[in-house]
Ligand binder design. Sequence first.
Ligand code: UD1
Ligand code: UDP
Length: 371
Amino acid sequence: MKNILVVFGTRPEAIKMAPLVKVLLKTPEFKTKICVTAQHREMLDQVLDFFCIKPDYDLNLMKPNQTLNQLSSRILTEIDEVLKDFKPELVLVHGDTTTSSMVALASFHRGIKIGHIEAGLRTNNLYAPYPEEFNRQVTSKVTSWHFAPTTVSRDNLLTERVSPDSISVTGNTVIDALLESANRVANLDNEESSKLKEIVDFNKRILLVTGHRRENHGQGFINICAALKEIAVHNPNIEIVYPVHLNPNVLNPVKALLGNVSNIHLVKPLSYPSFVWLMNQSYLIITDSGGIQEEAPSLGKPVLVMRDTTERPEAVEAGTVILVGTDKSEIVNEANNLLTDIKKYESMSALHNPYGDGTACKRIVKFIKSL
Ligand code: UD1
Ligand code: UDP
């Protein structure tokens, strides 16, 4: 039996690893254990609850506003104990967070093979997204098996002279999570959705906003808030709903700058089903998130991405996503455009599935079985 350790720490990693954990736990050839670094706490726990995942190890590492160096060093030290205890033959990490890169490094130091889920995404700009582009490149360097979501990401790895035999194109597990949750989300009626129905007029068009990127902290968020305020004031017939990330570098300026605009509703981070439900109710999504860029095409929701570059060109090519950066007038103009130009809006909201068909986890497990 192969000992497999699955490690993740943030909300998006948990969402994208959850369906894989489910398949791995049902595979008798593997002894699978789950470790969470808890780089995120509340936002991670929301996902663990929804997918009924009980970690075998919880490193409980989140501290308010800790620096990347503090977080990195604590992950390296704490995961080492888990590796020593469980002695995995394979460690699975996801994507581009500090958890992914530090767990990959710790596993490499112990001579343990690494499988990288969502491998090969690249902007080739170490500062955008920051520090994620570094995290994913460094993880690739020590990875034995690369699970690339698309042929674009496979080609990025081939360009870096990664051996083709070590790459498997699987689709993105985010679609597995989305499809698996669809039934539970369709007629959602929970505390969060009831509260939203009380405060938001769902007869109006909804603009859904999220944002958290480190490179947008400071002036970027000031511009984003100024743009949202202008959109809200000039379009009193719309409602803006913004579940605000708990990072104080986001939460504080957003609350201060947008706290008293009548048609902007700042709410706490939503549980995954409530957020998917809200995406479905929305007319337009404005975000700097990676995962939302992948989910939106499957839901037929146009997205304005508040970044200068993206490692997810598939959705841009499919026409669902427009990059607007953090320039105030760019965000305002594109949003107003999509609120008034219905033809343009409709062409952007055609359904696409560039990120997979919901079978990524099965493909990943099949590949691991074949090793
Ligand atoms: C992290 C990841 C980023 C990912 C994002 C998803 C890194 C460097 N960053 O960014 O790649 O896109 O998560 O959301 O790996 N906090 C809470 N409660 C929570 C979560 C966060 O209070 O449940 C606050 C804490 O003060 C914490 C801070 O947010 O110290 C920053 O969290 P951190 O994980 O370091 O960075 P994110 O900006 O969340
Ligand atoms: N999400 C959520 N609740 C929210 C906002 C987002 O469950 O209030 C989900 C969303 O559906 C997506 C993921 O969180 O799957 C994206 O996380 P985030 O934007 O924090 O990180 P990124 O994808 O940019 O790394």
